[in-house]
Design a protein around this ligand. Structure first.
Ligand code: NDP
Ligand code: GDR
Length: 370
């Protein structure tokens, strides 16, 4: 059976991909960072005790900025497939840490490619690079497809642009099976809490339970092509099983504003919202409430804009065209946006309900944990 190495295994996509590959019979090696607290929550259900023989999931400490440990791990693992998912993936945070992002997301990709080349693994090892719709940035063409010109709008996107082209270059220069998946936004119940969808579903759940008063957001007009992470990790694998190494757009072909995502999330908890005023004064007001968990008076302001969440340069509109992946690889999505919102809300309502029990039982003071 095949062996895969997954960088970023502790992240949203890494956890779904590891689960997917293990089901396919792969031995999965993952790189995790040392942290002062446990950071393996998302893969704890897959964890196998190191004392068990023939383990299928093996974790290695490592870091994308460490040019010594990456070749050592690759040499030890001799992977058939590398999925390079590790990255500082938060666009807004990348404005605060631009050099680090260039190192981890940009040069980090080079470190992987160069290690495979120097270790003479070019014939054996296929490489998937986690590229992104953020490469399209300022709108050049709608919908965005493999041939659409790039115009990155953040240090994150610029670093990912280097990673994209160095992957193409290694493919062309050294005949590597190295591919870019240009993935549009994809979410899930284990999405990081500071990305907008999860921030919204967590807050809508807390507000529905009476644990929080208001949700502060930035640009409500931004439009994103949101899919489900489960559909997208399957495509990562399909890309490496294709006959030739190529670059692929993975998207749903539909776009939605942040404002409409907010409406959909609150509606799942029986709270209908109406948005009033424009720009920074815009507010989401409760228009009707059939929420069975906590009664919120009509007219209560539960969403407000806070300019601190605006980005120095924004990506206004993402809408991808997945035709190539659908036609050439037979990729089919299972989830619609409404399914995704339902699943995220169901999961966060369950999580927050636990908080209510802990709080009511005197085990938890919300302010301490928030
Ligand atoms: P997450 O932020 O959830 O996960 C990122 C992973 O990378 C985590 O495991 C994180 O470790 C790890 N990581 C971060 N920095 C380093 C480093 N210096 N060395 C080693 N590991 C590191 O991202 P997603 O799972 O959502 O995304 C996976 C990849 O796909 C990323 O490269 C992202 O940029 C890209 N992408 C994501 C899209 C999306 O919509 N989700 C769309 C397009 C591309 P830790 O857990 O310790 O923080
Ligand atoms: P994005 O995702 O930047 O598209 O990058 P994010 O969820 O952070 O933002 C989406 C849009 O929502 C707007 N927004 C807010 N965003 C956040 N995080 N917090 C807010 O309060 C808020 N209010 C409005 C943003 O301005 C933006 O327009 C994600 C990441 O997963 C990247 O790693 C990946 O490459 C791209 O998706 C494709």
């Amino acid at each position: 059976m095949k062996t895969a190495l997954v960088t970023g295994i502790t992240g949203q996509d890494g956890s779904y991909l590891a689960e997917f590959l293990l089901k396919k019979g792969y031995t999965v090696h993952g790189i995790k960072r040392r942290a002062s607290l446990f950071n393996t929550d998302r893969i704890d259900h897959l964890y196998q005790d190191p004392h068990v023989e023939n383990r299928k999931l093996i974790l290695h400490y490592g870091d994308m900025t460490d040019s010594m440990n990456l070749p050592r791990i690759i040499q030890e693992v001799q992977p058939d497939e590398i999925y390079n998912l590790a990255a500082m993936s938060h666009v807004h945070v990348s404005f605060e840490t631009p050099e680090y992002v260039a190192n981890a997301d940009g040069t980090g990709t080079l470190r992987i490619l160069e290690a495979v080349r120097l270790l003479n693994l070019v014939e054996k090892t296929k490489i998937y690079q986690a590229s992104t719709s953020e490469l399209y940035g300022k709108v050049q063409e709608i919908p965005q497809r493999e041939t659409t010109p790039f115009y990155p709008r953040s240090p994150y996107a610029v670093a990912k642009m280097y990673a994209y082209w160095i992957t193409v270059n290694y493919r062309e220069a050294y005949n590597m099976f190295a591919c870019n998946g240009i993935l549009f936004n994809h979410e899930s119940p284990v999405r990081g809490e500071t990305f907008v969808t999860r921030k919204i579903t967590r807050a809508a759940s807390k507000i529905a339970l009476g644990l929080q008063d208001k949700l502060f957001l930035g640009n409500l007009d931004a439009k994103r092509d949101w899919g489900h992470a489960k559909d997208y990790v399957k495509m990562m694998w399909m890309i490496l099983q294709a006959p030739e190494p190529e670059d692929w757009v993975i998207a749903t072909g539909k776009t939605t504003t942040v404002r409409d995502f907010v409406r959909m999330a609150f509606a799942c908890a029986g709270i209908e919202l109406e948005f009033k005023a424009v720009g920074v004064d815009e507010k989401g007001i409760v228009a009707s409430c059939s929420n069975p968990l906590y009664q919120i008076p009509i007219g209560t302001e539960v969403v407000a804009v806070d300019p601190r969440y605006f980005r120095p340069t924004e990506v206004d509109l993402l809408l991808g065209d997945p035709t190539k992946a659908e036609q050439k690889l037979g990729w089919k999505r299972e989830f619609e946006l409404q399914d995704l919102v339902n699943e995220m809300m169901e999961s966060d309502l369950k999580l927050m309900t636990k908080d209510v029990y802990l709080k009511d039982g005197g085990y938890k003071t919300m302010s301490y944990y928030e």
